[in-house]
Design a protein around this ligand. Structure first.
Ligand SMILES: *Cc1c(COP(=O)(O)O)cnc(C)c1O
Length: 403
């Protein structure tokens, strides 16, 4: 169907929740995708930090094909091997002892919030249920997770919000110390705020947060939905930041594009979830778990993590260099292959300019461009991005903000 016609039908049949770029993507290969007209794009969005192995990775495709032919779904009324195996691999490579599976980041955080409340309830009785989250955070779009999200634009119009949440500025220890009271069950944060504009947590701050939480038996929840699964160059971002959480959530890259989320926790905390306390019909189904196992196998057995670390450094340095050469670039932030730049111009015009030059990039907020390519991205592809950004910023400098 021609792109223009598809656009019209989308307007007619889909709810208007998304502002989409004017292309119809029909296939992908490695770090590249192709639109209906056959134009090629280097994918620095990666399905929003989802397509870790790029598009059409043979190991992932084969795992999905095999599992689909064998058993797609059967419910959690029965045991299935892919789910147990996936839990085992995640546990063996993290601080956690137990896993619960669901289908998205919001659901993983919903599980984390419920687990924290339940743990606190079972340990200390009713009334100790509050969760402190960060301003500018992003935790999802369900009622509890949009309440946890410290951004007005996500919450506006959905009041009344879920009770029991409070917010403090990110990387501000004194504010957190003040916000944690005898009613607090948990502190929840992203090691790197992704949607909020790529802000990295300070190591010293995180260490102090961990100490504060341990001292008060307040659970520390890391939302690694975006930072997890090798995105930052280690399997989980917390490994580089020097502290361990009590609960961690995953989704985005976990299934390499197949929807799956996970809530991981230590034994002491996970025991608050007994039979009937939480559930998800699709959660951890064999198809999604087989996909996630394939992704993990590639990450753990190959060189991809190391490569992601190198390419992340290369991209970070290239962007820093770009900042030195272009006044319009105000800041460069990130870790591994989660990088962002803050620009003085409208970030959305840069997204459009990149698209026309064969690059998919994403704006988070008015002035931040975010780069979350597949971990298989190459130096040449990064060079192309840096080159195109330079052209765009040069033109902006000549033509001024009117462009
Ligand atoms: C994307 C994201 C979510 C929400 O994930 P969904 O799968 O869209 O529900 C939650 N937390 C973080 C940090 C995210 O980046």
């Amino acid at each position: 169907m021609p792109t223009e016609e598809l656009k019209q039908d989308a307007e007619q049949y889909l709810m208007g929740t998304y502002a989409r770029q004017p292309i119809s993507i029909v296939r992908g290969r490695g770090s590249k995708v192709y639109d209906l007209e056959g134009r090629e794009y280097i994918d620095f969005v990666g399905g929003i930090a989802v397509n870790l192995l790029g598009h059409g990775h043979p190991d992932l495709v084969l795992a999905i094909q095999r599992q689909a032919a064998q058993l797609i779904h059967t419910s959690n009324l029965y045991y299935t091997e892919p789910q147990v195996k996936l839990a085992q691999v995640l546990v063996e490579h993290s601080f956690a002892d137990k896993a619960f599976f669901c289908n998205s980041g919001a659901e993983a955080n919903e599980a984390a919030i419920k687990l924290a409340r339940r743990y606190s309830h079972d340990t200390y009785g009713a009334g100790r249920f509050e969760i402190v989250t960060m301003k500018n955070s992003f935790h999802g779009r369900t009622m509890a997770t949009l309440t946890a999200t410290g951004q007005d634009k996500v919450q506006k119009g959905y009041e009344p919000l879920v009770p029991g949440f409070s917010y403090v500025p990110f990387n501000h220890l004194a504010a957190l110390e003040e916000a944690v009271t005898d009613k607090t069950a948990a502190v929840m944060l992203e090691p790197i705020q992704g949607e909020g504009g790529v802000h990295v947590a300070d190591r010293d701050y995180l260490k102090a947060v961990r100490e504060l939480c341990t001292q008060k038996d307040v659970l520390l929840i890391f939302d690694e939905v975006q930072t997890g699964m090798g995105r930052t160059g280690t399997l989980f971002a917390y490994e580089q930041l020097g502290v361990q959480p009590d609960i961690m959530t995953l989704a985005k890259g976990l299934g390499g594009g197949v929807p799956i989320g996970a809530c991981l926790a230590t034994d002491a905390v996970a025991k608050a979830f007994g039979p009937g306390s939480h559930a998800s019909t699709f959660g951890g189904n064999p198809l999604a778990c087989a996909a996630a196992l394939a992704v993990l196998r590639v990450l753990l057995e190959g060189r991809l993590l190391e490569q992601a670390r190198h390419m992340g450094d290369y991209l970070g340095k290239g962007l820093a260099d770009c900042k030195d050469r272009h006044r319009v670039v105000r800041d460069v932030r990130g870790l591994g292959l989660l990088q962002g730049i803050e620009v003085e111009m409208d970030a959305r015009t840069v997204v459009g300019d990149c698209l026309r030059r064969g690059l998919l990039v994403n704006a988070t907020g008015e002035h931040v461009l975010r780069f979350v390519p597949p971990l298989i991205i190459t130096q040449r592809e990064i060079d192309r991005l840096l080159d195109v950004l330079s052209q765009i910023f040069n033109r902006h400098a000549v033509e001024g903000p009117a462009h």
